[in-house]
Design a protein around this ligand. Structure first.
Ligand SMILES: [Zn+2]
Length: 142
């Protein structure tokens, strides 16, 4: 995923090791990713911008590129506060795989699964957003 590469994941976070994130919006029958600005992001935080006006936001994501001692792959307490129990799922992309945060947290699978069929969606929004972000981003880049 482009956002993951852009995060410059590292055991020893550098200034370029920054969380990345974005909105997943539905446009017509397709989905697009609107990336968040990362200017003020750090290896363990990123400012969340306002939802884009006039878009049908169906999901959002951010990365956890810090691989060092204080690594948290899944949702941090702050992530729960910001993104848990939301109107749409939030995805956390980490070196250990992708997590989906709704009212609960679920592990969806590795970032680069060998079997993409497990993540491919059947065409519905729920399925696409629910399970397909890995495959979607692999195919479309995000
Ligand atoms: Zn986070």
């Amino acid at each position: 995923m482009r956002a993951w590469a852009d995060s410059n994941p590292s055991l020893f976070p550098e200034p370029t090791t920054k969380e990345q994130g974005g909105w997943i919006v539905q446009r017509g029958r397709g989905f697009e990713v609107l990336r968040w600005p990362s200017l003020h992001a750090a290896h363990n935080s990123i400012p969340v911008p306002d939802e884009p006006a006039g878009e049908n936001v169906v999901g959002a994501f951010h990365t956890h590129p810090n691989l060092g001692d204080d690594q948290i792959s899944s949702a941090s307490p702050r992530d729960w506060a910001n993104f848990g129990h939301g109107r749409y799922p939030h995805y956390i992309v980490s070196n250990d795989g992708i997590y989906r945060l709704t009212d609960v947290q679920e592990y969806l699978g590795p970032l680069y699964p060998h079997d993409y069929s497990a993540l491919l969606w059947a065409g519905g929004v729920a399925a696409a957003v629910g399970g397909g972000i890995g495959a979607y981003c692999y195919a479309h880049g995000c």
